[in-house]
Design a protein around this ligand. Sequence first.
Ligand code: SF4
Length: 444
Amino acid sequence: MGSNPIPSAISLMPTYYLWNIGCQMNKAESDQLAECLDGVGYRRLARPDDADLVLLNTCVVRGNAEERVRGELSRLKGLKALRPGMSVAVTGCFVGGGLEELRERFPHVDLFFPAGQVALFRDWLSERVATGCHGAGVSLSAGPAAPAAYVPIIRGCNNFCSYCIVPYRRGREISLSPEEVVARVQDLAGRGAREVTLLGQNVNSYGKDLLSRADLTDLLAQVNGVPGIERIRFLTSHPRDVDEKFVDAMARLDRVCKWISLPVQAGDDRVLQAMRRGYTVEEYRRLVKRMRARIPGLALSTDVIVGFPGETEADFGRTVALLSELRFDTVHVAAYSVRPGTLAARTMPDDVLPEQKGRRLQEIEEMQERISAELNSSLVGKRVEVLVERRAKGKWEGRTRTNKLVFFSDAGEWTGRLADVEVTSASPWSLQGKVALRTEVGAR
Ligand code: SF4
């Protein structure tokens, strides 16, 4: 008694549950998969228990991510034993070469498809819809886009950094054509997106495989001209591939945000060489200085791995010193974990003890917390432009052009709008503020 009747059209709709972990590329691909499902009339559920289709988008970049994937797969095995009509599809970096082996090991999975192969999933789904496997299917037009959307521009990676499993799972680099990317951005802009993040394992390698030889700089110039798009980001940049032409474009193009993620990984030349990163500490330092000189107000994020095989206390000390010297806005730090099949796993013993890795990780996190707090505090009293993405826990939430998270309270409706916010307080992770002007700030 008292329960709301479910409209019959909705109750007949097939349902899906989508589980996603990992990088922004996975998030972007999950958004595309969800679009496919929404487009043929599936309804998304928050839990897998009653779903007609369960879709896992997986990550194996570190050992603990892979354990989570295995945990989900075994949970689904139990669920499928109870509800044999449920379908299970798995994608992401867990799906490498050996599809046959995966099918044998996980017979309760109906479809394994490699990361990024959305077309394969779409074909499989169309067949199921056509055969009435999950209801008749309702053709719907694509709904509104998020204010800030992700657009993959290059898949795979050719670098083979010695610790990284990505090239083995996502394959070699394949760039989308500039026409495909621009069409996708136009579509998103037409559905309300105001910011796009162009995604790739190494976006600065974009276009090397294209006949036209269009590169990331050319692509940024084209996307910069798409009406409705106010902000452009890109993620991730390999330091070795960042050239002067690109730095100039970043400085010049008005919609390109002055923010870059530039993973350094280590501050010691011997470790960098063992990682096969292709640059020295001095080359990295000079690049950061050049970029900062050319792009005033540039915000920088970096990634660091601690406890790489053979990393001594002195090597680690040099990483700490570099981070302290360059003062990044954000640092993502991870403890090295062996990824089977990589060069490091095959040839370098994992000889840094887990407690040493844990201590080094904590040392960097604590230092970075202080640096981020200082950098963010310098913004108190200043005005920042915020693209509002959502309302959560009674506050509006968005990001500055420099990718800082901002919260503010206001009675108006701000989703998808640019707000001029005065920063009133700061923490290492975010800023709090109040609306400085009641009108939306200018587009450019
Ligand atoms: S650049 Fe290196 S770390 Fe990044 S995806 Fe490629 S191989 Fe992995």
